[in-house]
Design a protein around this ligand. Structure first.
Ligand SMILES: [Zn+2]
Length: 405
């Protein structure tokens, strides 16, 4: 499979909107699908090399808070499509609430599923530093004369009327533009590929981005982005990649489900011998009627991040977002110098007994360091990349450290 163009299956929320026109480009065997096979379906034929890669490199820490920097590229024809900053910010807030299970409608999760409902400990922030090390709002705006640009390969190319992606190893790129004039496709995701390719990221039609009070209100709650971000991080739809009880989504704690749901079904609904979790973000129900990711989905998404995107979440390209539950002290804390030859100091200086430090290599092995009067020493470590987790109380923050010779 290596070398093939690896598209994510684009079933999206396209198929929940209007005409039912489903943009299925599933003919491209996706990288994520191969990942799905690895994680979930032992009978699925996959290449050993991927297994090795995952087993060797994946250390899935389910507890640390991970923050992903975002850049939003607004590509507009007329001013209607030029979504304003306020709506963009409202959308990122909703995304964070949903991923942290801080959404206001968690009470609507049925009792049966409350135990598996997850705070994914993944957050998103608008980038404050751009790829050229300049400060930024994390938003670009490009006027275009290309209609339905989201349907073309132009949206991710500045030379063709779109906007080039920022380095996908460092930023999640989200394009907001017109996908189809009639609004029948709400969004889609292109998952990370093994080789550099400009299209990786998420595309959302401007009519479905942000919290909207009028118009297409079934999808005006900002959850098209939540759903597509789930795809981008390796999640399938809740009913699996096809209709039927034999095909699962590969996640243990989501019940088998025959097919998609639309609209806002009354609870309970049953199929495949169990109650369906149609209120999962990865079904196609209305925004007002979906409210959870599960622990299993959390584990999958973090595994994808830790395995394939180590440089995406362990840099300081933006502050923790507004929904962050970290104490202000911990939010402000950073390490310096970094890269380091061995000695690290911690800003705000005073490490107290309340602070616990853990340092791991990328294989997840815990390493011992030396405590100094001011900071710590890792001068015995071989050069390379390490993860330092600083804990205080029940909160933690993880930093990437680069040790040089
Ligand atoms: Zn979808």
């Amino acid at each position: 499979m290596q070398g093939l163009t690896m598209f994510h299956c684009l079933t999206h929320r396209a198929d929940r909107v209007g005409l039912g026109w489903c943009l299925k480009i599933a003919v491209f065997l996706t990288f994520w699908q191969s990942v799905t096979c690895l994680f979930a379906q032992p009978s699925c034929a996959t290449k050993e090399e991927y297994k090795d890669k995952i087993h060797l490199r994946t250390f899935v820490d389910n507890d640390s808070l991970v923050t992903i920097p975002i850049v939003i590229h607004v590509i507009f024809g007329d001013e209607d499509q030029n979504v304003d900053d306020e709506r963009l910010l409202g959308q990122i807030r909703r995304l964070n609430e949903d991923f942290r299970r801080l959404n206001p409608d968690t009470a609507l999760t049925p009792a049966l599923f409350k135990d598996v409902a997850a705070d994914t400990k993944v957050e998103f922030c608008l980038a404050e530093i751009d790829p050229w090390s300049e400060s930024t709002k994390g938003i670009t705006r490009t006027q275009t004369f290309v209609n339905e640009i989201g349907l073309t390969q132009r949206y991710w190319q500045s030379a063709l009327g779109g906007q080039d992606a920022w380095d996908q190893n460092r930023y999640l790129n989200i394009w907001v533009c017109e996908i189809v004039e009639d609004g029948s496709i709400a969004g889609f995701a292109e998952a990370a590929k093994m080789e550099p390719a400009g299209a990786e990221g998420i595309v959302i039609d401007y009519r479905y981005f942000g919290i909207l009070t009028s118009g297409m209100s079934s999808f005006g709650g900002g959850r098209t982005l939540t759903h597509e971000t789930g795809h981008w991080l390796g999640l399938s739809h809740i009913w699996g990649v096809e209709t039927g009880c034999a095909i699962d989504d590969g996640i243990e704690d989501t019940p088998l489900q025959l097919d998609r749901y639309r609209g806002c079904p009354t609870y309970p609904q049953q199929s495949c011998g169990s109650e369906d979790m149609f209120m999962n973000f990865m079904d196609l129900t209305d925004d007002a009627c979906m409210n959870l990711f599960t622990e299993g989905q959390k584990e999958r998404m973090r595994r994808v991040l830790f395995t394939f995107k180590p440089n995406l979440w362990i840099q300081d390209l933006c502050e923790n977002p507004t929904t962050s539950s970290l104490s202000p002290d911990l939010q402000r804390m950073h390490l310096f110098p970094n890269p380091t030859r061995g000695h690290l100091r911690i800003s705000l200086g005073n490490l107290t007994l309340n602070h616990r430090i853990q340092i791991r290599n990328l294989q997840g092995q815990m390493l011992s360091y030396r405590q100094l009067d001011e900071g710590i020493s890792i001068s015995d470590f071989p050069p390379g990349l390490y993860l330092l987790t600083l804990e205080t109380g029940d909160q933690s923050k993880t930093f990437k450290i680069i040790k040089t010779d």
